[in-house]
Ligand binder design. Structure first.
Ligand SMILES: NC(=O)c1ccc[n+]([C@@H]2O[C@H](COP(=O)([O-])OP(=O)(O)OC[C@H]3O[C@@H](n4cnc5c(N)ncnc54)[C@H](O)[C@@H]3O)[C@@H](O)[C@H]2O)c1
Length: 424
């Protein structure tokens, strides 16, 4: 690998999450420059190219053929059905791989990626990073720290609720101009970064309301479900609508970010789950509602709920997104996308979770995450969370879907996946 002070990144998949990463990279002054933008949609790749000065290509193959020398790493921000095949291409090209969650649609595809990553590391030294940003979510990170310090005694139970109002129509190319404005508008202030694990450091202006970034102009003019599927090639909800393409419903998608923190708080793996699911958002073939009980290795239980509705819904963000109850206290992370929270100690003493003025909220996690990726590569050190951690998030999501259809408790791990189990 060439010795550089920055990581030159190709972004493959210039959709919604790519925009969040670009905004975060600027806010946190990441040691990353985007040199290549890849997307079959000309409008999408041009947005990233205009924002970063990157060379734009329609396919990964073209980019590798013409611009391989200007990329150290490639970030895959793609529909889930492309994760395995594209990861293998990136690793075969000798590039570091940054892969958005979930690892893939199932355990078999994920194993292919891990096998290819192990072989690539041996052959070329390229590294594999699984992007699950909730480990870098300041409130989650602080809560985990407090739990480890014994600030609430022994964890008795916990609860997480992922709730979100989503655009229920596929992205209309006409929306691109509004989307671009949104990203530019969010690059207003802040600097910092450094060690990605130091999630409390630096400045960001994440407002913690993920909805704000997701609520670009929607186009409800195409109201019939069949019309939505016909426009499926460009819509961000389009591939999510298909169970075949996404590998699951909202639990495997956004729900991952509310499952990982429960594992962090308990400091152990989920052993089995029992769940019910529903489909209030009919455009999604997978579940958009889930209630699950997660049983951890120690026998303790947590509950997890996911509720995703169309944009016309009005879900109050007063409900905490995390509640961790211990023998001598409780930690609460407030709001739908968790910006702020408090610790309640014996005797009713309440203290804020983060120091005053510290950046917080879900969106604040992207900068530290990218910095962890880049700094680990540049300084040849381990990532804050090894990619294997992401297997637990994905397998819990798969077990929730399986339990809902079998109406029975389902084990999360089997003989083929047990080697991915982590200690926290
Ligand atoms: N960490 C988070 O908070 C978070 C949030 C949303 C999505 N995600 C993850 O990010 C990934 C992408 O999700 P998204 O919401 O950005 O989806 P999206 O549909 O908005 O973007 C995907 C982009 O990939 C492009 N694409 C499709 N096929 C391609 C190909 N063959 N080569 C290159 N580009 C191609 C599409 O044109 C689109 O622009 C998924 O893995 C998703 O789970 C993570």
């Amino acid at each position: 690998m060439p010795e550089t002070k920055v990581v030159r990144l190709g972004v493959c998949g210039c959709g919604m999450i790519a925009e969040h990463h670009l905004a975060a990279m600027k806010l946190w002054e990441s040691p990353v420059i985007v040199t290549v933008a890849i997307d079959p949609s000309e409008a999408r790749r041009n947005i990233v190219s205009e924002l970063t000065g990157a060379q734009a290509y329609a396919t990964l193959e073209e980019a590798l053929a013409e611009a391989a020398d200007s990329m150290d790493a490639i970030a895959l921000m793609l529909p889930h059905d492309l994760h395995a095949a594209y990861s293998l291409k990136v690793l075969a090209a000798g590039k570091h791989l940054f892969l958005e969650k979930p690892v893939a649609r199932d355990a078999e595809e994920s194993q292919q990626i891990f096998d290819a990553a192990a072989a690539a590391f041996k052959a070329t030294g390229s590294r594999f990073f699984m992007a699950e940003n909730s480990s870098f979510w300041p409130e989650v990170y602080r809560a985990k720290q407090l739990v480890q310090e014994g600030a609430i005694g022994e964890v008795v139970t916990a609860r997480s609720h992922y709730y979100e109002s989503m655009d229920d129509t596929p992205m209309n190319p006409d929306k691109d101009s509004k989307t671009k404005g949104n990203v530019e508008g969010s690059n207003s202030s802040g600097s910092g970064g450094g060690d990605g694990a130091d999630v409390g450091g630096g400045n960001g202006d994440g407002d913690g309301d993920g909805n704000a970034a997701l609520e670009e102009g929607s186009d409800d003019s195409e109201s019939s479900e069949s019309a939505r599927y016909e426009r499926a090639d460009t819509g961000w909800l389009s591939w999510r609508s298909s169970l075949e393409r996404s590998g699951g419903g909202v639990v495997l998608d956004g729900g991952q970010h509310w499952i990982r923190p429960l594992r962090e708080f308990f400091g152990e793996e989920v052993k089995s789950v029992v769940a019910t699911t529903g489909r209030p958002m009919k455009v999604l073939e997978g579940e958009s509602l889930a209630h699950a009980i997660l049983e951890f290795d120690s026998g303790r239980h947590a509950s997890f709920q996911a509720t995703v509705l169309g944009k016309s819904s009005a879900m109050s963000t007063r409900e905490p997104c995390f509640r961790v109850i211990g023998t001598t206290g409780e930690i609460v992370v407030v709001g739908g996308f968790g910006a702020g929270g408090y610790i309640m100690r014996t005797g009713g003493i309440e203290e804020p979770l983060l120091p005053e003025g510290a950046p917080g909220g879900f969106l604040t996690s992207f900068g530290p995450q990218m910095n962890d990726f880049a700094n680990a590569i540049l300084q040849d050190k381990p990532f804050y969370r090894a990619p294997e951690y992401a297997m637990g998030d994905m397998l819990v999501a798969k077990a929730i879907a399986k339990s809902a259809s079998s109406r029975a408790w389902v084990d999360v791990w089997d003989a083929k996946t047990e080697h991915f189990k982590q200690t926290f």
